[in-house]
Design a protein around this ligand. Structure first.
Ligand code: SF4
Length: 216
């Protein structure tokens, strides 16, 4: 069982309701989309081929054993690699807290119920909204979350059209202003104006460190 891995590093989780917690990130190589504003194009190709055991060893070297230490599989698009899915499912089943950030285009039902999916539904500004598997919104499990990156009013309107398909009292909907797009204060005003059950999701890592930095 081998995985094509872009990078493995430890940082603070930057997004979702888990933001601010220490986390080991496993970034897989390869993505089936090409979002206009992608901030990880270096993950499209390259990296190294590692066995599941080698990935696990690196995770355990970085993991400091805190009760809330997280492992996040990200990309690229992590669900493209069946071996990665097998590893995340196995880790979650033995009690590790495993998050997977997935781009919304692939069926999340391959994930074990113990894995927590953060489904990033792409809006019009990405240029990839027509590739979304909308049925994923009906596949969400209890602890899964949804993320919408909002660059402009078109993205906001697109998100409003999808919200009725999500039980927002159960699945947190993270609304994330595109870094360099709509101002967070403006997005906050839109949220308050609609009086919806949403969570403003600032990408903490881009405020703490250089927004262009890798591996943080
Ligand atoms: S899905 Fe993610 S990694 Fe893939 S192109 Fe879009 S932003 Fe980049």
């Amino acid at each position: 069982m081998s995985l094509q891995v872009c990078e493995i590093f430890k940082s603070l989780q930057g997004e979702s309701t888990w933001a601010g917690r220490p986390c080991v990130f496993v970034r897989l190589t390869g993505c089936n989309l090409r979002c206009h504003w992608c901030d990880t194009p270096y993950a499209y190709e390259g990296g190294e081929i590692l066995s599941a055991r080698q990935v696990l060893e690196r995770i355990d070297t970085l993991d400091c054993g805190l009760a809330h230490n997280l492992i996040e599989f990200t990309g690229g698009e992590p669900l493209l690699q069946p071996q990665a899915v097998e590893l995340m499912n196995a880790l979650a089943r033995i009690g590790r807290t495993v998050l997977v950030e997935t781009n919304g285009s692939l069926d999340i039902s391959v994930l074990a119920p113990e894995v927590i999916a953060i489904v990033d539904m792409k809006g019009p500004s990405s240029g990839e909204s027509d590739k979304m598997d909308i049925v994923n919104l009906e596949r969400l499990r209890e602890r899964d979350e949804v993320k919408f990156v909002i660059a402009d009013r078109d993205d906001w309107t697109h998100m409003l059209g999808l919200l009725p398909r999500i039980d927002t009292s159960r699945n947190t909907v993270n609304v994330s202003p595109l870094f360099g797009g709509v101002a967070p204060a403006e997005l906050a005003r839109w949220m308050l104006g609609e009086n919806l059950d949403l969570r403003l999701n600032l990408q903490q890592h881009k405020f703490i460190w250089n927004p262009d930095a890798r591996g943080v």
